[in-house]
Design a protein around this ligand. Structure first.
Ligand code: PGA
Length: 250
């Protein structure tokens, strides 16, 4: 089963209009050889989506958002629906990022509902899971991630959904798990995804690793069994670093 690797850039709450040339530069560096090997998407803040869409389309990059509301429309001041994201050109949306789980107290049930909303709107959800440092130290990482998969993935989800394993303690810290720990977690995640969805879907679902991925460690991390790409934060803000990470697939 071949899964096309996906390298997704999560800009978080970074990026003004002046940053659009960076996306332009990513498109310029995303040459045919790399395109053959990996899919690249960038997830800028919602304020930039409509403007970024033109640029990503020209550069052959995909476009994703970082969160979506559950309802399709209505009296939800400040929220943005999956349908609205689709309307301005997004094809992916990250849901359940640990920063949203922490800052906005999003539960697995919320993440499940958001993933379902994304699918309803025709977006591909990138569903994030991952343990905290305390959970890993307590020997609980597999159990925690298994439970998040069980409760955050809609049971009828199709095989084009994406799951991202991001240990919370590795995000923005420069720390990464050992290759052995990544291999163990990704094999386990695929098993749990299969238990949740059945029908051999897990073999087609891409499982990304995220947490301090940068050009210098991308090759090692991306070549671990069952790692089908990366969710990249800090190193996705410049074309040089983002293409440097994706070049692990050259
Ligand atoms: P980082 O963030 O690459 O800056 O660690 C990853 C993420 O939060 O998706």
């Amino acid at each position: 089963m071949t899964r096309r690797p996906l390298v997704a850039g999560n800009w978080k709450m970074n990026g003004l209009c002046a940053a659009l040339p960076e996306i332009e530069a990513m498109g310029a560096a995303y040459d045919d050889a790399l395109r053959d090997r990996a899919e690249l998407i960038v997830c800028p803040p919602a304020t930039l989506l409509a403007l970024a869409c033109e640029v990503t389309t020209r550069g052959g990059l995909g476009l994703g958002a970082q969160d979506c509301a559950v309802a399709p429309r209505g009296a939800h001041t400040g929220d943005i629906s999956a349908e609205m994201l689709k309307d301005v050109g997004a094809s992916y949306v990250i849901v359940g990022h640990s920063e949203r789980r922490a800052d906005h107290r999003e539960t697995d049930a919320d993440v499940h509902a958001k993933a379902a909303a994304a699918l309803r709107a025709g977006l591909t959800p990138i569903i994030c899971v991952g343990e905290t440092r305390a959970e890993r130290d307590a020997g609980d990482a597999l159990r925690v991630v298994g439970a998040q998969i069980e409760s955050s993935l809609p049971s009828s989800a199709p095989a084009h959904i994406v799951v991202a394993y991001e240990p919370v303690w590795a995000i923005g810290t420069g720390l990464t798990p050992t290759v052995g720990d990544v291999a163990e977690m990704h094999a386990f995640a695929r098993e749990r995804i299969e238990a949740r969805l059945g029908g051999g879907k897990s073999l087609r679902i891409r499982i990304l690793y995220g947490g301090s991925v940068k050009p210098s460690n991308a090759r090692e991390l991306m070549h671990v069994a069952n790692v089908d790409g990366a969710l990249v934060g800090g190193a996705s803000l410049t074309a040089t670093d983002f293409i440097g990470v994706a070049s692990a697939y050259r």
